[in-house]
Design a protein. Sequence first.
Length: 255
Amino acid sequence: MKFISWNVNGLRAVCDKGFREIFSSLDADFFCLQETKMQAGQLDLQFDGYQSYWNYADKKGYSGTAIFTRHQPLNVSYGLGIDEHDHEGRVITLEFEDFYFITVYVPNSQDELKRLDFRMEFETDLVKYLNRLNEKKPIVYTGDLNVAHNRIDLKNPDTNTHNAGFTKEERDAFTNLLSNGYVDVWRALHPEEVKYSMVVIIILNVKQHSGINLLVNFALNVRNHWFGILPKLLATSSNAPLRAVNIKKFLKIVV
């Protein structure tokens, strides 16, 4: 199977930059989107052979997730089942015979960490949710997790320790996720490689590019796979898609 996860930072905008052609060329079994920033009926986007599932935020032009898949799920659910967290379109879960497939757009802590407390509550409830599912069958969890876990995952770690995505609280939450038996597949397969899945563009007199890795992550309990970042597509969004292919068997730990 081939899995794609991509924070598109506005789906209608990337559709004007060749998204349909990119989607077809990647030929995925599962194609997950985060930060779609749209409401039902605002875009007619269909692909032959795929079913699509959408979770929209109550607030217009904000957040939102989607999954396109070639496989018929047994069940589909939206959100965490907690009202406090379920108005921003952040979670979609597809249940299949042998595994759960979940995409999540974890809240950004925002400037001056205004939403850090909310984000940490979301993280706590999310891990509980994942663990409940994992007691029943293996899970594939992917999405924009909005965290650079280690110093290698950020171009300028020393100047970002108090910025959203690299605070101790957020990094510790990701460590806690891994301690529950999940695997950060990118870093497991590429422990020393420096490669970024997001580019921050600051417009001064020139464009300065600062890289951040693992703002879009796969945390999988799987084996027999290939995994990579597709940086060439940064031209269509500030986030590069992540790809995992040939996932044949789901286990608790990658070995």
